[in-house]
Design a protein around this ligand. Structure first.
Ligand code: GAL
Length: 799
């Protein structure tokens, strides 16, 4: 059976990387991908012995260790900033690890688990703690002495000339130092895929990161899958591609995305390193992380990563051969709509398909297929069978619909396909819609019979009520049919229909109006910032020819953004220009009302912004288009619908720093730091505040002479630019006269030069138990900054 299966998976041609080097460390470690926990994704620098030990406890009590999770790993920030002056050894921070790493390791070992630690192949770790470059022998021995079982070895401050040879040399030095200790230690190479570590990592470490850091959002997950999946030839027992730690449970992914994360990591034979706070993980999170069928695929002893059988139009099929002779087939839909994904399995026998998430078993003649929700993945375990017997046929029902607007007939197409052995009889399809919606079939919704690999395609008209509100609405596509003579079954899928409605009356920034759809050269259209990379929210303050804007849309040309106006709007005024982050850009801007260009401009990089006014009277649709290259900004765009009024949302500036520091200072004087006025960074006005932050952080802000009443506002915002270092921050307000502190809303970014509007809702700020955030009685406003470097702030405001 194994022989047949290996030969018959057929798919579209994909770029296949050259064969992997055969060498491996051959030390018997990591024969299947490592499974464990690492604190970084959920806690950043906030690691401690208590957290590691509680996590070890939960590994046992929550069944994670039974499911295969073994390594409890400490990431950056566990050490003191200085080595022991006498011995030169790394020193665990006694405040975070009162029992040291040795004591923590002993505790973790006592639970039958293993302990991991973090180091760096440079002079410092990424968070500025001592690195191991030039100290490899002593540090490896120190780790071994402490009982460490796993070392993640990072790449910050690497002093490198950037050549692959230098990377191999720095990482091999630590490999050799570990080997010399004689202690089995899994060696995790973390150089972010910079020098194609998959081509050299197998005889240096047990796993190597293939990409930059994962973050807790869909574009990051999608980007990492796209980068890591094609590297399948390089993975094998003892040497694995590492697409980074899991974000499952951290809140930024939908349930379907979390299952895709787990499914695709298993299919790619990736390490399963949990990155969430297990102390507060939900039952849903734990169920995904401990799904035995999916873990079995990841941990299969054959150790082959899934081959990319096809990858087109955002739909990917992976095929992972298993030691049992079966194959795991993943059908992955990275698009934003329901899609039917499949591949042809050849052979003379029919196939048994087992859905590893639902357990459902079906049979297929020769094509494995599923209607997969947006961002979802269906994984089947498949094997050939002689006789399908009483197994139900694989029948899929898919569909597609355009953007829905109130009281307009929108076409929908449904497709029912029989992939099973033998014909289906008496096939019908129906569409379930929310109350008040009208769905009518325009072509036949029935078929007397449907042969193998034949489809019933039906077109429908879907009309949402005139009173529908904007949002995403489920349409249930169902089919029922008889098979094997008399048995009757049904299959259903959910198609999400997106409804857009005209903006409310009044005058408002366009960045607060929901777009119907968009196209963009890179990443999403950013709101109130310029375009960055693939992830949402990774741009900077919109800046055109040195003019900074806190409101607008950050596009990347060529781009288009559509809004439904429903004939209710009159004008759009906006500045346009090439963002200063694109020094070579040149873009043409055009505003279309129902397909007619009503305002245009051509702008090159560095030029001053141009102002456009567009008459939109009576238009159903507004289209903002850019062509050319570079980050193209729609700056301070203001749309008027119905009756004009003050521009919404209204902000109230609390401190503008135009006349100096506005009383801002340091909270804890002995913690260091200072403030001074600056004209080098400002948004509105001509001046801002420059904050010199101490390495260990401090609070900056002021106590107020009289209680400040922020009733009716929902949060605080200010504009910030990181001048010389990365920054982690949070905000705090003091409420009432009893010195009650409410604080939170942590943010982080790492690149010097980044600028952003920090916007934190009061909901993100927590108060001591028993107290509430009384917005009418604010006594002080503080910002916490932890970096060591200069950070500029302007225009602290309430909205
Ligand atoms: C990065 C690494 C992350 C995390 C961080 C700690 O370089 O990729 O996974 O370890 O450093 O500072």
């Amino acid at each position: 059976m194994h022989r047949i299966l290996a030969a018959i998976l057929i798919g579209a041609a994909v770029a296949v990387a050259p064969a992997a080097p055969a060498l491996a460390l051959d030390d018997g470690l990591a024969l299947t991908p490592p499974m464990g926990f690492n604190d970084w994704n959920a806690f950043g620098c906030d690691v401690s012995e208590e957290l590691i030990e509680q996590t070890a406890d939960l590994f046992v009590s929550e069944g994670l260790s039974d499911a295969g999770y073994t390594y409890v790993n400490i990431d950056d920030c566990w050490a003191l900033k200085d080595r022991d002056p006498a011995t030169g050894r790394l020193v665990p921070d006694p405040a975070k690890f009162p029992s040291g790493i040795a004591g923590t390791a002993a505790y973790v070992h006592g639970k039958g688990l293993k302990l991991g630690i973090y180091g760096d192949a440079g002079t410092n770790t990424c968070a500025g703690y001592p690195g191991s470059l030039g100290h490899e022998t002593l540090d490896a021995q120190t780790f071994a002495d402490w009982g460490v079982d796993y070392l993640k070895y990072d790449n910050c401050y690497n002093q490198s000339d950037g050549t692959q040879a230098d990377y191999v040399r720095r990482y091999s030095a630590m490999r050799d130092a570990i080997a010399a200790t004689g202690r089995p230690i899994v060696f995790s190479i973390c150089e972010w895929g910079t020098t194609q570590p998959w081509t050299w990592g197998a005889d240096v470490g047990h796993l190597w990161r293939t990409t930059g850091d994962i973050s807790d959002n869909w574009p990051s997950l999608r980007g990492i899958i796209a980068a890591n999946a094609p590297l399948y030839p390089y993975a094998g027992p003892g040497h694995w591609n590492d697409p980074d730690m899991l974000e499952i449970g951290n809140g930024g992914l939908t349930p379907a995305e979390n299952r895709t994360h787990m499914s695709m990591w298993a299919m790619m034979a990736a390490p399963l390193i949990i990155g969430t706070d297990l102390r507060s993980a939900s039952p849903e999170t734990l169920a995904i992380l401990t799904n035995r069928s999916v873990i079995e695929i990841d941990q299969d002893r054959l150790g082959q990563a899934g081959k990319v059988v096809s990858d087109a139009n955002g739909l990917m099929v992976l095929d992972k051969p298993l030691a049992s002779g079966e194959h795991a087939i993943a059908l992955y839909n990275s698009t934003d709509a329901l899609a039917t994904v499949g591949t042809t399995l050849g052979g003379t026998h029919p196939w048994r398909l087992q859905d590893v998430w639902t357990g459902a078993v079906t049979q297929a003649r020769s094509h494995v297929e599923a209607a997969v929700p947006a961002h979802g993945t269906v994984v089947y375990k498949v094997r050939p069978i002689r006789d399908p017997g009483p197994i139900a046929p694989s029948v899929t029902v898919g569909g597609a619909i355009g953007t829905v607007t109130p009281a307009a007939g929108i076409p929908l197409t449904t497709t029912v396909t029989n992939r099973g052995v033998g014909p289906l009889g008496d096939v019908s399809v129906s569409v379930g819609a929310p109350a008040g919606w009208i769905v009518t079939a325009a072509t036949s919704a029935r078929a007397r019979s449907l042969a193998t690999d034949k489809s019933l395609v039906t077109t429908w008209t879907v009309t949402a009520p005139a009173t529908v509100t904007a949002g995403s609405y489920p349409l249930t596509l169902s089919t029922s049919y008889t098979w094997s003579g008399r048995r009757r079954s049904s299959t259903a899928s959910t198609l999400m229909a997106s409804v857009v409605t005209p903006p409310p009356g009044g005058t408002r920034y366009l960045s607060t109006v929901r777009a119907a759809d968009f196209t963009n050269a890179s990443g999403p259209i950013e709101l109130d910032q310029s375009n960055g990379g693939a992830a949402p929210g990774d741009g900077n303050l919109i800046t055109i020819g040195g003019h900074v804007y806190t409101r607008g849309l950050g596009a990347s040309a060529p781009s288009s953004i559509r809004y439904y106006l429903g004939g209710e709007c009159s004008t759009l005024t906006t500045d346009v220009g090439v963002d200063d982050t694109s020094p070579d850009g040149a873009a043409d801007f055009a505003i279309y009302a129902d397909g007619v260009a009503v305002a245009t401009a051509s702008v090159t990089a560095g030029a001053a912004p141009q102002s456009l006014t567009a008459d939109l009277t009576g238009a159903a649709w507004l289209l903002l288009s850019t062509t050319g290259t570079g980050n193209a900004d729609w700056a301070a765009p203001v749309l008027t619908c119905g009756e004009a009024g003050p521009v919404q949302p209204v902000e109230r500036t609390l401190f503008s720093f135009e006349a100096g520091t506005d009383g801002f200072g340091i909270a804890n004087a002995d913690g260091g730091g200072s403030v001074e006025p600056t004209t080098a960074f400002h948004t509105d006005g001509a001046a801002g505040l420059l904050v010199h932050t101490p390495v260990n952080g401090n609070w900056f802000g002021r106590a107020l002479d009289a209680p400040l009443d922020l009733t009716g506002t929902s949060g605080l915002k200010f504009d910030m630019r990181v001048e010389t270092a990365g920054s982690v921050g949070e905000i705090a307000v003091q409420v009432g006269d009893a010195f009650t502190w409410c604080q939170g809303g942590q943010w982080t970014w790492l690149n010097p030069g980044d600028s952003r509007t920090i916007s934190r809702s009061f909901d993100e700020i927590s108060c001591p138990s028993g107290t509430t955030l009384d917005k009418a009685d604010i006594r002080a406003v503080w910002v916490y900054l932890n970096t060591g470097g200069n950070v500029a702030i302007d225009n602290v405001r309430a909205e």
